[in-house]
Unconditional design. Structure first.
Length: 266
């Protein structure tokens, strides 16, 4: 039987569709809770609920509730993101003091370790609203290695970190869908990530059934679906290339699907 239960997600009351078509892999007594909570500024309205998964069925959020609202575009330019990230990283990357607190990693030390010109580092660290810098990948890679982080972290703005966090939050659902596809022998190739989104009914996007869509609206919807499909396939192709066994292949495919589900579509 299909049931609906109310949960709070980001301060807005949502409905969750519980459908027994998917099964949680485990014993009848095993359960997993997917917590939904509101923003801190919605504390008065907070009424946190949980969606329970069991072998009898899985509760998952429908496309109107589960598909995340894309984060607004960051106002920062790439130069500003790099400058902010370098400033934050250098503030704590130095050796610890006698009390165990991190010291600043001096620019002169970074220059010595990376062999990057002082003027280049100064330019990269300068937060400018009028000038855009264009560092080469080798320069960024040297800095990342000296700081002990992936080079991608230097390019992550607040939107990317928030999208990653939301993707991690949704991994439990993605993995359950991936388990089902694995049982159906349908987890091969990047297309499997698209199948995961279909299983969870967050893709493709549909016009409201009550009113339908005009021709321009349908064209926009088609473009959005194509963008999500392409994003999902590319993310899965990149992630699956790092798989070392069947388990990591499944988890990386689920992660790619979850990340793609956070990406703003056209």
């Amino acid at each position: 039987m299909t049931k609906r239960m109310a949960v709070h997600e980001e301060g807005l009351l949502k409905e969750v569709l519980c459908d027994g078509a998917l099964e949680f892999p485990g014993s009848d007594s095993e359960k997993m809770e997917y917590q939904q909570s509101t923003r801190p500024d919605m504390e008065r309205r907070r009424s946190s609920k949980s969606v329970t998964f069991s072998r009898q069925g899985i509760c998952f959020v429908t496309s109107t509730a589960f598909a995340r609202t894309p984060l607004p575009a960051s106002p920062q330019t790439l130069s500003q993101v790099i400058a902010a990230n370098l400033t934050a990283a250098l503030a704590v990357a130095g050796a610890a003091d006698e009390y165990g607190q991190p010291r600043r990693f001096k620019s002169t030390q970074l220059q010595r370790e990376t062999k990057i010109a002082r003027s280049t580092l100064r330019t990269l660290k300068t937060y400018s609203t009028t000038r855009e810098v264009n560092p080469d990948l080798q320069t960024l890679n040297r800095i990342a290695q000296a700081l002990g982080i992936p080079v991608a972290f230097l390019l992550f703005g607040s939107n990317e970190w928030q999208a990653l966090l939301r993707a991690v939050d949704d991994m439990a659902l993605m993995l359950v869908a991936a388990e089902k596809l694995e049982e159906e022998a349908s987890l091969a190739g990047p297309q499997a990530a698209v199948h995961i989104l279909r299983k969870l009914k967050v893709y493709p996007f549909h016009a409201p059934s009550q009113t339908g869509a005009s021709e321009p609206q349908q064209q926009a919807l088609d473009q959005r679906n194509e963008s999500r499909r392409r994003t999902t396939l590319v993310a899965a192709a990149l992630a699956q290339a790092a798989a070392r066994d069947k388990k990591s292949h499944k988890r990386l495919t689920a992660l790619a699907a979850s990340l793609a589900n956070q990406t703003a579509a056209c």
